[in-house]
Design a protein around this ligand. Sequence first.
Ligand code: GLN
Length: 483
Amino acid sequence: MNSFATLTEWSDALQTKKISAVETVDYFGERIERLDPTLNSFITVDRERARQEALKIDADRARGGIISKLAGLPFGVKDAIDTEGIRSTGAAKILDTFVPTFDATVVKKLRASGAIIIGKQNCDAFGHGGSNENSMYGAVKNPWDISRVAGGSSGGSAVGVAADLCAFSIGEDTGGSVRAPASFCGVSGLKVSYGRTSRYGAMPMASSLDTVGPFAQTAEDLALILEHIAGPDPLDATSSYTPVQKYTEEIKKDIRGLKIGVPAEYFLDTLDDAINDAVVTALEALKSQGAILVPVSMPHTKYAIAAYYIIVPCEDSSNLARLDGIRYGVRRGESEMLSLYAQSRTEGFPTEVKRRIMLGTFALSHGYYDDYYLQAQKVRTLIKRDFDTVFEKVDILATPTAPEIAFKLGDKTSDPLKMYLSDAFVTPASLAGVCALSVPCGFVEGMPVGLQLMGPRMREELPLRAGHHFQQITSWHTHHPSL
Ligand code: GLN
């Protein structure tokens, strides 16, 4: 197989028996062993277990069993998503020893299709961060330039695909954690609509925003994965019964006449010229295929960061209360209860997690709830209405995924506000619960730039279709880092 083969190419090679599942696992296993000591994108790798599963798949195939398109394909999973029998730390030391007794629903579905977990991927602890520097297992390095961040929080999952360490990976996006690292690492990543995939088994961060979604080399690959992971789940009451589309078919439909809204608020004068140019050129490419560009306005965009960074810490602070050193993972300190809680949480959480717990607890407290939490919820409604209004006029929206390219490691670690501002273009879709795709659309200073395509809730086929057609006429997704 060629390096950086797409999922579709791997799948064809496996189906036509040009390669076996064991050889596929060995291919990625060898690359992980060689490259990951530098990149640090995995926290746990279980090559032997992956090999055992591959042997079973090969035996099934030899017997002529019905095999899904994902059978035999090794994938990585963000470490903040539970995997049965494989340590899942969430990249925080408080769960250093935690081995779940069950698979997250998305993982369970993939494994039932014959896909094979190759390892658990590094991330910002419990998804808190935009650079992957809030991992207690060390930062992930960007394969395009190892002095730069991979983006976060699902940085390890983006690098897994960008460095060809797995056929695809599964991350989680609450406020950009799939899209931002996809943009920084030059891969395709999909934030699904809230409820499109089950959240069961994803370590909860902000339950009203959390989504589980894939990374891959192409939009077409994302469509294939989504077909396997989407759908309702009795274990997640917020998962949707909206029928799952045949995304791999839907994306092939023409984009002639597709109306693409271009919101002015994402293209302000303050936007870096080179990023602006890359995205504008991408829009022209879509137009050349018959899409219609429509200037639109989403006036509440500028409040998204402020609302997001109230709502998320509030939900965080209550969700993280379960990690008390008693029920799961690592226990520290005396047997006296309060000191046990305090020491376990002091040693087990990184600074950013503690900051969010304190901010959230404050914003929810008596006397402040109305001023902060309630106010932020009202702003959230206004942002959602911006989306409802534009989607009456256009089919999808196109913007840059991030206002910058991957920055240098350490550049923003001492300034959390600066770090939060990186999320300006990804948090609105999260607050509104809509779907959003990031695909590579150019390079600035040798680093990838991402194009964000957002669609209405449960209409993943629309941004995927635009992304797929874009990749038919451009080659950005075929550029890979030299490793
Ligand atoms: N940068 C966002 C944050 O720190 C990303 C969160 C996410 O999507 N998990 O909240």
